[in-house]
Design a protein around this ligand. Structure first.
Ligand code: NAD
Length: 253
């Protein structure tokens, strides 16, 4: 078996994914800004290149899985959110695709968000710049957005990028899916709830199951998509959101 890369492995959801994989006997290569095997800032091109080179060296160029989980919350600077949550997340997936091609039943999972589905927040010009891979144009487009809008568009572009890659990745025998979590009890959610405006926005979105997720409940969905039980699941966005998406958009699927 080859290792599995988890970005954002030092905290919250990434740490929960790591625990599950290790419990199942998998070797995990964690990438984060702190408390990880490989330290890198995925918000910069240099940091991403460093992370990719270090992963390829640590894995000897073959991986069974990649989980692109590192992310910044909507309370951060909009440009930084876009750089990490879209460009950093996608650089890891695309940059490790070849190594996944040498893995056994390889699969990758990107962490999007249920916050990505709300059309009112979508900025078409920003999404287009993201899909063109044009980071300077995208960061210019995000300049007049608030953190919530930057976050929603970065996560929307990421889920779309996963679906757009299904034909190419499928032809290479590599499954690629996304998980869109709802509110999940991690340091990111704690910080959001401390801010009155963010807390109000979160409470305005009723959760049909009536509670937040534990990080391990979302990690279970991630590990399902990574593992052999999801052998025929590809190009999918799995909502681990307590029913928020279904309540907001019942007829979309
Ligand atoms: P968290 O803040 O607990 O963990 C995020 C991790 O990403 C941290 O360890 C952090 O150091 C790392 N990270 C941030 N910027 C980085 C960078 N530039 N380079 C490398 N690592 C970096 O948050 P979390 O809630 O566990 O979030 C994990 C993922 O889940 C994120 O992508 C987040 O957007 C997504 N998500 C979270 C929620 C939620 O309610 N918690 C909901 C939907 C989606």
């Amino acid at each position: 078996m080859h290792p599995v890369v988890v970005t954002g492995s030092a905290s919250g959801l990434g740490a929960a994914v790591r625990r599950r994989l290790e419990r199942d006997g998998r070797r995990v290569i964690g990438v984060d800004r702190h408390d990880a095997e490989l330290l890198a800032d995925l918000g910069t091109p240099e940091g991403r290149n460093h992370a990719l080179e270090a992963v390829l060296s640590a894995s000897r160029g073959a991986l069974d899985g990649v989980v692109s989980c590192a992310g910044l919350g909507p309370y951060e600077d909009p440009v930084a959110i876009l750089r990490v949550n879209f460009f950093g997340a996608l650089a890891v997936l695309d940059g490790l695709r070849e190594a996944l091609g040498r893995g056994r039943e390889p699969a990758a999972v990107a962490i999007s968000s249920v916050g990505a589905v709300f059309d009112a927040l979508a900025r078409p010009a920003l999404l287009e710049a993201c899909h063109a891979g044009d980071e300077p144009r995208a960061t210019a487009e995000v300049g007049d957005c608030d953190g919530t809008t930057a976050y929603a568009n970065a996560k929307r572009a990421l889920a779309q990028a996963v679906r757009r890659r299904a034909p190419q990745w499928g032809a290479l025998g590599i499954r690629l899916n996304a998980v869109a979590p709802g509110q999940t009890e991690t340091p990111m959610l704690e910080r959001l709830l401390r801010d009155p405006a963010h807390a109000k926005a979160i409470r305005a979105l009723p959760v049909p199951l009536g509670r937040s997720a534990q990080a391990d409940e979302v990690a279970a969905a991630v590990c399902f998509l990574l593992g052999p039980d999801a052998r025929y699941v590809h190009g999918h966005v799995l909502f681990a959101d307590g029913g928020v998406d279904a309540a907001a958009r019942p007829d979309e699927f």
